[in-house]
Design a protein around this ligand. Structure first.
Ligand SMILES: Cc1cc2nc3c(=O)[nH]c(=O)nc-3n(C[C@H](O)[C@H](O)[C@H](O)COP(=O)(O)OP(=O)(O)OC[C@H]3O[C@@H](n4cnc5c(N)ncnc54)[C@H](O)[C@@H]3O)c2cc1C
Length: 439
């Protein structure tokens, strides 16, 4: 049977798709010529945040989405709002991009959780937003140094971060599985599909025209303008933001060459349990944190508003994934939270999606041509980052002022031997699991 997660005619069988109010009404782009100041391709966090920002500033905005709002990574992730990258820590970002641009990008990342929760509040989104903090526990004593270093680097930049001893970590997670860790108090979690639909509603209210079921099949330069085509319909715009990220080339043709070769799509499986009994809900992540630990084979969890534990993991061999995941992640969750022993765990929802990884785990921002921009490489941390970057990209696209932007632009960085590296990257999980147990 075809995998429903890959079918662009419907949403993946996710908890979010099953429990979220419908999106604003949209339709495919009608035939004929349409005009915009900013054309956005892709309706995830990046695209919708950009559309909202540009429309609020009075620009004419058209958004074209191949499937539906939030069909890509934005509607199917774990919903952890994390204002930090997986491996690219602040000092590494500054080393990569230089003091001025690097610090500017770090400040955008550091503020990104507040950006998300402020938007949710300002636009009264019913997206289960909980800003109770994000915690990163250390899975081995040797990773406590990493926690110390991250707290030090963020605090040096004025970001609220707390180093956690073993007891405090046990208090916040409800488990003595971890050795300590750190938390960022501005983080949290939400229902990501409700949030991206909330952004779309706000953007539409501000005047943006959103067209779904409208895959862009070509993007060409005509004089001072770009023209995007979909069947007999065209959109002409001076500025274009390609916000297709890890779904570049899926479910539709890539609107621009080279983006898909600059990133590695990495699959993550998501699962949600039945609502847990109240006493267990109260003993696991009792302060309602979002949690993802220091392992490369990430252990992560958060609750939804009905007391379902939303967790998941990665697989090297995808065949027969449902049964294997139920066994593997079921056992993992019990190791993390032994209080679940004796409770039959039913994973009532199981789905997957792909996020974009770059070889050095740095986010990349590209000016593809005059007035044409994109970004890629959330590296698994894109709820907050994509939202913040989308708004920033809209500003840059409309002003043309890349120098004044907080984003460091470069050209695309294609990955050499992409097809081979893509295959190896999946297998690399075996190495990372081995390393997780030894580091
Ligand atoms: C399973 C999973 C779990 C994750 N968990 C977390 C988490 O807990 N916390 C966190 O911070 N990050 C997480 N992430 C990462 C985060 O979801 C992404 O970084 C973020 O959603 C990227 O948003 P985006 O708008 O850039 O791209 P997307 O949401 O992927 O949007 C791209 C859109 O472009 C459309 N498109 C593609 N081609 C065309 C075309 N030719 N024409 C028109 N439209 C097109 C697609 O249909 C898609 O809707 C997770 C990702 C996955 C997959």
């Amino acid at each position: 049977m075809a995998d429903p997660n890959l079918d662009s005619d419907r949403f993946p069988p996710s908890l979010w798709a099953a429990t979220t109010a419908a999106a604003v009404s949209t339709a495919p782009l009608p035939p004929g010529m349409h005009f915009a100041d900013l054309l956005v391709i892709g309706a995830g966090f990046t695209g919708m945040s950009a559309a909202l920002r540009a429309a609020e500033r009075g620009s004419r905005v058209v958004v074209l989405e191949a499937a539906e709002i939030g069909w890509g990574a934005s509607g199917r992730n774990n919903g952890q709002v994390i204002p930090a990258m997986t491996r690219a820590d602040p000092d590494a970002i500054v080393a990569e991009y230089g003091v001025e641009k690097g610090e500017a990008l770090v400040s955008l990342i550091g503020e990104s959780a507040n950006t998300v929760f402020d938007l949710a509040r300002r636009h009264r989104m019913e997206c289960g937003a909980v800003q109770a903090g994000w915690i990163q526990p250390a899975h081995r004593a040797s990773r406590l140094g990493l926690a110390r270093s991250r707290v030090e680097q963020w605090r040096r930049r004025g970001v609220e971060a707390e180093l956690l001893g073993r007891d405090r970590t046990a208090e916040l997670t409800g488990s003595s599985f971890w050795y300590g860790g750190w938390q960022n108090m501005t983080g949290g979690h939400l229902n990501p599909l409700a949030f991206v639909r909330g952004l779309a509603r706000a953007a539409q209210d501000a005047g943006a025209c959103i067209h779904t079921r409208t895959p862009v099949s070509s993007l060409t330069r005509q004089g001072a303008h770009w023209v995007a085509a979909h069947g007999d319909a065209r959109v002409q715009a001076r500025r274009v933001l390609i916000a297709t990220h890890s779904y570049t080339g899926r479910p539709a043709r890539a609107p621009w060459p080279g983006i898909a070769d600059a990133l590695l799509p990495m699959r993550s499986y998501q699962m949600a349990t039945q609502p847990l009994p109240a006493h267990l809900r109260a003993s696991i992540l009792p302060h309602d944190h979002a949690m993802s630990d220091t392992q490369s084979d990430l252990h992560f969890a958060r609750f939804d508003r009905n007391g379902r534990l939303v967790t998941g993991g990665a697989l090297v061999v995808p065949f027969g994934y449902k049964d294997r995941l139920r066994r593997r992640i079921g056992a993992r969750v019990r190791r993390m939270f032994p209080q679940l022993d004796g409770l039959p765990l039913r994973f009532e929802y199981l789905w997957h999606g792909d996020f974009a990884v770059t070889p050095d785990r740095m986010p990349r921002f590209a000016k593809l041509d005059d007035g044409l921009y994109t970004w890629y490489g959330c590296n698994g941390r894109g709820v907050a980052l994509s939202t913040a970057v989308g708004a920033e990209l809209a500003d840059v696209a409309l002003s043309g002022d890349e120098r004044g932007s907080r984003l460091p632009f470069s050209t695309l960085r294609p990955i050499a031997a992409h097809a081979i590296v893509e295959r190896l990257a999946i297998g690399a999980m075996l190495y990372y699991r081995w390393k997780d147990r030894r580091d």
